[in-house]
Design a protein around this ligand. Structure first.
Ligand code: ADP
Ligand code: MG
Length: 912
């Protein structure tokens, strides 16, 4: 290792330097850029930056008052305290290309003045906006919620940046300059526009990978069987629309294409380098690619992070090189990529894969599973729009590809095979947006270690990573499947059919047994096979033989021909009480498999409801249609499972959306902030709140908590009890006692002051110091016991839980989970999904209780999870739900400081 790089690694950071705010972002052109807080050492870079600015740029920034900034001004720019003065710089290829800073107006002001300066070559690349978003996020952590900027009236670029940012702003015109004031409090529009900007940059970035004009294949051997050689062959055989440059140290040509001895000797700008050299040589190739300004590399070579720590270190180095040079990386340890767009025709794989062109985008983390899926899709006649094997996901991940395929007109369904989620919260957020118009089907394999949770509450213990991931994916509208075949079955239906309006299925066929199996399969998958109405039945009777069944399933019997089948389809599709039709046909003399398929395909083409074919005994026995207009699934059981997934997705698409304005949040922010700050002052890493503090926090958040007052002596307990009103409950106050009643820390039904005093004494002698004093509560009205909780994981974010029935909840694991934000109706649906839900509706003569009050608590807890990120664990256990409402009688709350840095939803590229 050279001394220069060794010293660069140990370079001390200046005091207060917020290193968690270093990240890589994307320009609108798709190139990567490194963003970090400025450092005093940046003086040299900064001087070079200023020296290269054109007079026009300088005039815009300094309002025409000077020709160039002085040396003092340059060094002043680096003198920040990272609090009231802050600046971010953007670096590409070791050059400083942009600077954005704020200066607090005065120490006690919540406003700051901002300024931006972007190198001429990088203007109109979205850089000012990216730095602006960074400054906004940072300033808010410093308690700044307003930016002001004086902009020259003719600086339309900068005014455009402020105007398009998505925050509330006002402009005051003062002749030559315009004073812009921006309110930094994030709005839904701001979040949406940040996401939009991210998606645009991502799509541009992935275009270098999936729509390259030139591809170099590095490590292209002379002979068949070498990976690089096969990639070249496959690109040539696929008739790639751009140029292919085999790179080989000594060969003159590979597969007839002229070869080059190195990337740097390729005579054209290389968009994509596909790297297949041995692992030991990859680093050098990537360095060379960076030096040659290659836009993206796909590293097929394996032998990196999957082999252990040494491999992971090399990966980190590869990523560093790519990011510093604005380059993207796919892989390593992957299979390559395919784009079937007739304009591109790129088949950059080495396994002889030759997928059909179509509308399904396929992304696989595992190369082997990717091949299986791609081959099965082809065999089934499901055409692909693109295929990306992401391998170790060093840089490009499914998040990036979702953004790309979202805007790809040739793609209508996205199928993912995933083993890990790098940034699950971001993934869910992107998927939620994409899923609104393109379904995403995902098979998530493997368990994800969520790291230590320090889980002490019921909620945190119940919210395992699997449960949380499921809730996260479900809330985002992702169709989560469990088997490979399901991935393709569901895709087949989505590709060929309109979304069903409901779950009512008509089954039609020509033999009884398979139809009955299909009916059972449908019903047990949650679909409905209703009896057909009289009108439909009599219409069917007119076209069918007397022995036929018309009630649903509709059995034409062995007499049914293709012509009969067509009429049956027409009749059942016409029935408004039917949402989808499944044909279960058996190859018989009167109806061949081919005729059944052709008839169903003809009908499906014009149907406004899904028509799914399941042809038993057909040749080939397993397979989907090639026509693309008919979804064909091999067995009735698989049809039922797949159609249920599709119905669920359709329901998600139809779900009610939050109406414009959310009902006013009854959150008393000042009190919440005060409690949080007080706790984090006394213990830096946070911890459990004392009982009455937890109650106060929740009250401030608008949750109905039974009055909870502290008392530190028996006498005090008696006087508090008197003011609360008898009868009361006395409890140990310490927030870190997990099960108070297990250790005698709860004494209920105290109906005299004497009893209160006595209870206090008994409890203190029993518990000693760990009691931490006492709290007094009034007795709650009897009712149904519920639990509502919240657990927040640094990686997966918050998950909300609800359960019913006290101890039985634990015993039966009868709980429902969801990830905020909850859509309207989601909390109600969670409660309805509990097996114990009837307890809330007067089960067997139990008194009616206020179910709606519980629904509101769940909704509120979900909202608090988003608004008070420091609240990482919450257990309202029990909440007593009676006719009088729902009240929490026990609340455990744990706080932790917010993680430093811009957070998982910020549009930063993944880092190591
Ligand atoms: P812990 O869960 O730590 O053991 P709780 O405060 O939940 O302590 O109390 C245990 C049980 O005592 C509750 O599940 C509830 O049945 C009963 N209880 C507690 N507080 C009250 C109250 N204010 N009114 C009526 N019952 C109560
Ligand atoms: Mg409890």
């Amino acid at each position: 290792m050279s001394t220069a790089s060794a010293s660069a690694q140990v370079k001390p950071t200046p005091p207060g330097y917020p290193s968690s705010w270093e990240f890589d972002g994307l320009l609108t052109t798709g190139g990567a850029v490194h963003v970090r807080p400025i450092e005093p050492d940046d003086v040299t870079l900064l001087a070079a930056f200023y020296a290269n600015l054109t007079p026009g740029t300088i005039r815009s920034r300094y309002a025409g008052t000077q020709a160039a900034p002085s040396t003092e001004e340059v060094s002043h720019a680096t003198e920040v305290d990272y609090r009231s003065r802050m600046a971010f710089v953007a670096i590409v290829s070791e050059e400083l290309v942009a600077l954005a800073s704020y200066d607090r107006l005065s120490p006690d002001e919540r406003g700051a003045e901002v300024a931006f300066l972007v190198a001429d070559a990088y203007q109109h690349h979205g850089l000012a906006t990216l730095l602006f978003e960074s400054l906004v996020a940072y300033a808010r952590t410093m308690g700044i919620d307003r930016f002001v900027a004086d902009v020259l009236a003719d600086n339309t670029d900068m005014l455009g940046v402020f105007g398009a940012i998505g925050l509330h702003s006002t402009q005051v015109n003062d002749n030559a300059t315009i004073r812009v004031e921006i309110d930094l409090r994030p709005t839904p529009e701001y979040r949406a526009s940040c996401d939009q900007r991210e998606a645009v940059a991502e799509a541009a970035s992935v275009a270098a990978i999936l729509r390259p004009r030139s591809i170099a294949v590095v490590g292209a051997g002379r002979h068949r069987g070498s990976v690089g050689h096969e990639v070249v062959r496959s690109l040539l055989a696929g008739d790639f629309s751009g140029t292919v440059y085999p790179v080989n140290l000594t060969a003159r040509a590979i597969s007839g294409a002229p070869a080059f001895s190195s990337l740097s000797s390729v005579p054209e700008q290389v968009d994509l380098a596909i790297v297949a050299v041995p692992a030991a040589g990859v680093l050098e190739v990537v360095k060379e690619a960076a030096a040659s300004k290659v836009r993206a590399v796909t590293v097929i070579t394996a032998g990196f992070a999957e082999t252990g720590e040494g491999g992971a270190e090399v990966e980190t180095e590869l990523l560093g090189i790519a990011r510093r040079n604005g380059m993207r990386i796919v892989g390593p340890n992957c299979l390559g990529l395919v784009n079937t767009d007739p304009e591109i025709r790129m088949n950059g794989t080495f396994t002889g894969l030759d997928p059909l062109a179509g509308k399904l985008a396929l992304v696989s983390q595992s190369g082997a599973v990717g091949i299986i899926l791609a081959e099965q899709a082809s065999a089934a006649g499901l055409g692909l729009s693109g295929f990306v094997s992401v391998g170790n996901k060093l840089d490009v991940s499914s998040n990036d590809l979702l953004c790309y395929f979202e805007g790809d007109e040739r793609t209508s369904v996205i199928a993912l095979y995933l083993e890990s989620l790098g940034n699950p919260r971001k993934f869910a957020r992107i998927a939620r947006r994409v899923g609104e118009h393109k379904p995403i089907v995902a098979l998530k394999a493997g368990r994800t270690a969520a790291g230590a949770r320090g889980a002490r509450s019921h909620t945190a213990a119940a919210a395992t990573p699997e449960i949380t991931v499921s809730a996260l994916l479900r809330g985002a509208g992702i169709i989560k499947v469990d088997r490979l075949e399901e991935l393709l079955d569901v895709s087949a239906i989505l590709l060929a059919s309109p979304l069903p309006q409901g779950r009512r299925v008509a089954l039609v066929g020509n033999s009884g047994g398979p139809l009955i199996l299909a009916a059972d399969a449908c019903e047990s998958s949650g679909l409905v096979v209703p009896e057909l109405g009289d009108a439909t039945k009599s219409a069917l009777e007119k076209v069918l033989v007397a022995a036929a069944a018309t009630a649903n399933p509709v059995d034409m019997t062995a007499d049914g021909t293709a012509a009969t089948l067509e009429k049956v389809f027409e009749i059942v599709l016409d029935d408004e009480a039917i949402d989808a039709v499944i044909m279960v046909a058996t190859e018989l003399l009167s109806l061949s498999a081919a005729d059944a398929r052709a008839t169903a395909a003809r009908v499906a083409e014009h149907a406004t409801k899904p028509v799914i074919a399941c042809i038993l005994g057909s040749v080939p026995p397993v397979g989907w249609s090639g026509a693309g207009t008919l979804a064909e699934v091999p067995t009735p059981e698989r049809v039922a499972v797949a159609l249920d997934h599709v119905c669920r997705y359709a329901e998600w698409r139809r779900r009610p959306r939050p109406s414009g304005e959310r009902s006013a949040d009854r959150i008393d922010n000042a009190t919440v902030r005060e409690i949080v700050a007080a706790k984090l002052r006394t213990s830096e890493e946070g911890g459990w709140l004392e009982l009455e503090e937890a109650a106060r926090l929740l009250e401030a958040c608008g949750l109905p908590v039974l009055a909870t007052r502290a008392a530190s002596t028996a006498e005090e307990a008696a006087s508090v009890a008197e003011s609360v009103g008898l009868p009361v409950v006395l409890k140990a106050r310490a927030g870190d006692l997990v099960h108070k009643s297990d250790v005698g820390g709860v004494i209920v039904g105290l109906d005299s002051l004497e009893a209160v005093r006595e209870a206090f004494e008994t409890m203190s002698s029993r518990l000693g110091a760990q009691m931490g004093g006492a709290v007094i509560q009034p007795m709650a009205q009897p009712g149904v016991e519920a639990i509502v909780g919240l657990a927040s994981d640094p990686v997966f974010g918050p998950v909300v839980m609800v359960g019913l029935g006290g101890v039985m909840t634990d015993l039966l694991g009868d709980r429902a989970f969801a990830v905020p934000p909850l859509d309207p109706g989601a909390a109600d649906a969670m409660i309805a999904s509990l097996r114990a839900a009837p307890l809330l509706s007067g089960y067997r003569g139990t008194p009616l209780v206020d179910r709606e009050a519980l629904v509101e608590i769940v909704e509120r807890v979900a909202r608090i999870a988003e608004q008070v990120p420091e609240l990482i664990e919450l257990d309202l256990n029990p909440i007593i739900v009676s006719a009088a409402g729902a009240f929490a009688v026990d609340c455990k709350a744990r706080l932790a400081p917010r993680p430093a840095g811009p957070g998982p939803l910020f549009r930063a590229l993944r880092s190591r």
